[in-house]
Design a protein around this ligand. Structure first.
Ligand code: ZN
Length: 159
C-alpha cells in the first residue's frame, strides 16, 4: 500500500467552506451548478508544499487559471493517479524526477487566477486526477477523499 502524506504542514479547506471541496459545489451566476475539481487548502504565500506520495514528476508548467502547476504521478490501490497542485510560486523539482513521499516539492503562491486574493483566501488548489491531461468538468478526477480518507473541512489536520 502506498503511503499517503498531506500536502501541507497544516491542512484545512479554505474558509472551511463546502464550496472549496470537490464536486458540484459551486454555482454559476445563473444558479446552475458548477464543478470544483479538487480541494482548496488554505495556504498563506510561500507555504511549503509536500509530495503526497512517492512517484514521478509528470509535469511542471505555468499557464492559464492554474498558474504555476506541479503534477506527480503515483500508484495507489492498483491504479495510476496524478496529484496536481496549482497557484504555486516556486517548484523545486523537475519533470521526470523521482520524488519521495512527504518530500518538499514546492511553495504556495497566487499564480494564475488566484492573484491578489485576501490572505484568508490564499490557497493551494489540489486535485487527484486519473489522467495526466483530464477532460473538462469533473471528468478524469476523483475526490481527494479517495486517497486521504478524510476531509479537513472543519478542523485542520497536521501533515
Ligand atoms: Zn480550487
Amino acid at each position: 500500500m502506498t503511503d499517503i502524506y498531506w500536502p501541507l504542514q497544516r491542512n484545512v479547506i479554505r474558509g472551511r467552506s463546502d464550496h472549496n471541496t470537490f464536486g458540484l459545489v459551486r454555482r454559476y451566476a445563473n444558479g446552475a451548478l458548477k464543478p470544483h475539481q479538487g480541494w482548496d487548502f488554505e495556504a498563506p504565500l510561500q507555504t511549503p508544499v509536500y509530495a503526497v506520495a512517492a512517484g514521478e514528476v509528470a509535469f511542471v508548467r505555468d499557464r492559464g487559471d492554474y498558474g504555476l502547476q506541479l503534477c506527480i504521478e503515483f500508484e495507489f490501490a492498483g491504479r495510476t493517479l496524478f496529484a496536481f497542485y496549482a497557484h504555486l510560486s516556486k517548484v523545486h523539482v523537475s519533470e521526470g524526477a523521482r520524488v519521495s513521499g512527504n518530500e518538499l516539492v514546492a511553495a504556495s503562491g497566487e499564480s494564475g487566477n488566484a492573484a491578489g486574493m485576501a490572505v484568508a483566501d490564499q490557497h493551494v488548489h489540489f486535485e487527484i486526477r486519473t489522467a495526466k491531461q483530464p477532460r473538462l468538468g469533473l471528468l478524469d478526477r476523483v475526490s481527494p477523499l479517495t486517497v486521504f480518507g478524510k476531509c479537513p473541512l472543519h478542523e485542520a489536520i497536521p501533515g
